[in-house]
Write a protein that binds this ligand. Sequence first.
Ligand code: ADP
Ligand code: MG
Ligand code: MG
Length: 255
Amino acid sequence: TDFLTVTNLRARIDDNGTPKEILRGLDLEIPPGEVHAIMGPNGSGKSTLSYVLSGREEYEVTEGSVRFKGQDLLALEPDERAALGVFLAFQAPVELPGVNNANFLRTAVNAVRRARGEAELDAVGFLKAVRAETKRLHMSDEMLKRQVNVGFSGGEKKRNEVLQMRMLAPSLAILDETDSGLDIDALRIVADGVNSLRGPDFSALVITHHQRLLDYIHPDRVHVMAQGRIIHSGGPEVAHELEAKGYARYLQAAA
Ligand code: ADP
Ligand code: MG
Ligand code: MG
C-alpha cells in the first residue's frame, strides 16, 4: 500500500535568522481509502506538517522522506503535488479581493486537469459541473459571483472549501481545522464533505482539536502529535480518550 508514507520527517523554519526545528522525526502512513485524524496540543507542529506536505516553500526539510503514490513528494512543486491529487484546505481561507470565486475555482480545476493530461473545462462545462456541486452543498449560485472568501461567513467559507475540494476531486485531502470558530454547522459541513468523498480512491488527513468533528467523520485512525512527532496512534477511541483524559498521559509515555 504505497500511498502516503512519511518517514522520520524533520523540518525547520527560519525564525528571524535562527533555524527552528518544528517537525522532529515524524512517521505517518495513510493507506488508500482511509481517513486519518491528527490531534495534538497547540504548537505541536500540526499545521507545519500540512504545509510541508503541500509544499509551502518557507519550510526546510532536513531529514526524512515523504513517498506519495510511489513518488518522492518533497521533490515536487506544489502544482505537481496538486496534479497528483494532494489538496490542502487552509486553516484560515485566503481572501482574494477582486478575484471572482467561479473564475478562481475554474482556474484551479483546469490547472489540475491540464497537469493530469485531461481536457480543460470550458465556461459552459465548468458551470454545469459547479452548479451540480453548489446545489448539493445548498450554496446559492450567487456565491460563485462573489470575490473569493471576501465577506463570507464562517459557514460560507466552509462550504466554499468543501466546494473546492469536491471540484478538485483529490486523492489525498488535508484539512487543517482551527481550534476556534467552528460551530456545529461548520463541523457538519466539513464532515459531510469528507464523508461524501469516502471511497477506495480518497484518503484524508483531518487535523483537529474537535472530538465532535471526529464523531461525524469516524476516522479509521487517530494519531496524537506532540513536539513535532506522532507519539501515539490508535482507532477512533483515541479521540474519546483524549477528550476524557487530555494529552498528559501520552506526553508522559513518550518522554
Ligand atoms: P500547531 O498547528 O500544532 O498549533 P504549528 O505548526 O502552527 O503548530 O507550529 C508549531 C511551532 O512552530 C509553534 O511553536 C510555532 O510557534 C512555531 N512556528 C510556526 N510557524 C513559525 C514561523 N513562521 N516562525 C517561527 N515559528 C513558527
Ligand atoms: Mg496552532
Ligand atoms: Mg495549527
